[in-house]
Design a binder for this molecule. Structure first.
Ligand code: NOJ
Length: 559
């Protein structure tokens, strides 16, 4: 331990400390849209290395890279051909090693994305399964079933894939394979020991290369228990997802897999860390992924799904801190990622409809004509929410571009879109335009080819208004979103303390104020009226106007 143990009994972040992850700021890089070093229109690994100083200057503790593995990009790289290599369009393993070295030199940890629920249909194990035929050990590594009807011409069940369309695909010999996501993403059979071996090998491969941790994709989906007679989609939908016995989701048995992985993580010093992507029914179910003998941490998407609303934020924070204290994990906080509408735009949307309002997913943009989005309100609320989040105990997961206050791109032409959810026509009410709008390559310069992303065009076209959000433009403006994030991250390091907070009453339903163990205070005004601070209170982050916190603004005070 390099740092003191504070009041709450939890160590403060220290760079080489085994507990570094507990209060880290983790910055998500979506590699194909981050920076393009070789001018082929696709972001790459050297692009990340070239921006190592930018990341260090921003003040992040770790970088999480979405998949950079060889892939046909049927699902933005989450269709992996080979878990232990780099997509040749993105570089080589040597480039990867250079990137890790550059980030480590600057004290930045590296987290890679592991996609264990499914491979791509081009993975050698899936090719072998197709070639080996029915009943073979190779087919047993995936989920194959005989079709119904005389020659197996009908699917084994009427299940729908998450991206829309059927979830069973015929292979021409009467058998069908199961895919939760795109057709090109066959699900593994985690009852098969070869699948376990493949992923243990992969975890060691990247750990040996110096990777510090793993983000686990669809962590709640690996374990499955399919009866001989498959239920219908309607029957599946009616089943309980909270008792650990659903045939497809969040089964208690999945934790056996993570206990096995934990033993691998603990072979390393410091132990490798992991964070689960598990969209499960309750915070209690989520906590099961975050135990010390399991993955250790799990994404908490509650703030991402909430409105910009003081009561919702307070309830979510209190609830999640209690959950993480109970498991010994630390909370995670997320407002944006590569799967949802950027929060600056979400908060600017017109009032949302019914229960679907909770969804951070892209459908909401489809229901909101551009002229009904209040971009200025969205930008204000997004910064206030981000600064609230950065003051919380636990880990903050940021998504590339949010530091620029970047908005979602809503008007990408159909022919320029890539997301399978858009093309497969997933429920339009929920999924609308798909997820490409938050995956448009970053603007680094206000002018020039693809706004400094690379010498060629960007693989998803950037709109003209990206110029105003470019890194060099914001760099020059002390009041920009980028410079505010930089100040916040630097101060967060300086002020970081034990993993707890106390709420302070503010006398207003729309203003939250909390204090951390060392007196660091965060005040967020969610309302439209200014909130006066006491005489003499002077923020270290954020500006008062006439002694008051302006509408939709967060300030920090030192203890
Ligand atoms: C979750 C990932 O975040 C998403 O981008 C992907 O489409 C699905 N998992 C399937 O891998």
């Amino acid at each position: 331990m390099t740092d003191a143990v504070l009041a709450a009994g939890v160590p403060v972040l220290g760079s080489d400390d085994a507990a570094w992850w507990r209060q880290a700021v983790v910055y998500q890089v979506y590699p194909r849209s981050f920076a393009d070093s070789n001018g082929d229109g696709l972001g790459d690994i050297r692009g990340v290395t070239d921006k190592a100083d930018y990341l260090a200057g921003l003040g992040v503790d770790a970088v999480w890279l979405s998949p950079f593995y060889p892939s046909a990009l049927a699902d933005g790289g989450y269709d992996v051909d080979d878990y232990r290599n780099v997509d040749p369009r993105l570089g080589t393993l040597d480039d990867f090693d250079d990137m890790v070295a550059a980030l480590h030199e600057r004290g930045i940890k590296v987290i890679v994305d592991i996609v264990p629920n499914h491979s791509s249909d081009r993975h050698e194990m899936f090719r072998a399964a197709l070639a080996a035929g029915k009943g073979s050990p190779e087919r047993d590594r995936y989920i194959f079933r005989d079709g119904l009807g005389e020659n197996g011409e009908r699917p084994p069940a009427d299940w729908a894939s998450i991206f829309g369309g059927p979830a069973w695909e015929p292979v021409g010999d009467g058998q069908w394979y199961f895919h939760h996501f795109a057709t090109e993403q066959p699900d593994f059979n985690w009852d098969n020991p070869d699948v376990h071996a493949e992923f243990l090998h992969t975890l060691r491969f990247w750990s040996d290369r110096g990777v510090d941790g793993f983000r686990i994709d669809v962590a709640h989906g690996l374990s499955k228990d399919l009866p001989a007679v498959l239920p219908s989609q309607a029957e599946l939908d009616a089943m309980d997802t909270t008792d650990g016995r659903h045939p497809l989701w969040d089964r208690d048995a999945v934790h056996e897999i993570y206990r096995e992985w934990r033993r691998v993580f603990d072979e390393y010093d410091p132990p490798r860390i992991a964070v689960a992507e598990a969209w499960v029914a309750t915070p209690e179910r989520r906590a099961k992924y975050a135990t010390p003998d399991g993955l250790g941490q799990a994404f908490n998407f509650d703030l991402l799904e909430a409105d910009f609303d003081a009561a919702q934020f307070r309830h979510i924070v209190t609830d999640n801190l209690a959950q993480s204290a109970a498991t010994g994990s630390s909370s995670t906080w997320v407002l944006s990622n590569h799967d949802v509408v950027r929060h600056a735009t979400r908060y600017g949307l017109p009032p949302r409809r019914g229960s679907l309002a909770k969804q951070g997913s892209a459908w909401i943009l489809a229901g909101a004509p551009a002229d009904q989005i209040d971009l200025a309100r969205g930008s204000r609320q997004a910064l206030a929410a981000s600064l609230f989040l950065l003051g919380l105990p636990g880990s903050a997961y940021l998504y590339q571009g949010e530091e620029l206050g970047l908005h979602e791109v809503g008007d990408i032409k159909a022919e320029d879109r890539q997301d399978p959810a858009f093309f497969r026509g997933a429920d339009p009410e929920r999924d609308g335009l798909g997820r490409d709008g938050c995956r448009v390559p970053l603007p680094w310069t206000g002018t020039g080819s693809s706004f400094g992303f690379g010498a060629a065009g960007a693989h998803i076209p950037q709109p003209d208004w990206f110029a105003g959000y470019a890194v060099d433009v914001e760099d020059a403006d002390p009041a920009s979103s980028l410079n505010t994030y930089r100040r916040a991250l630097a101060l967060r390091h300086e002020l970081q303390t034990g993993e707890s907070l106390e709420w302070r009453e503010t006398g207003r339903d729309d203003v939250l104020r909390f204090v951390r163990p060392n007196g660091w205070q965060v005040v967020t005004n969610f309302g439209t009226e200014p909130f006066a601070l006491a005489e003499g209170e002077a923020p270290v982050l954020g500006e008062l106007v006439d002694g008051a916190v302006p509408a939709e603004t967060t300030v920090w005070l030192r203890g």
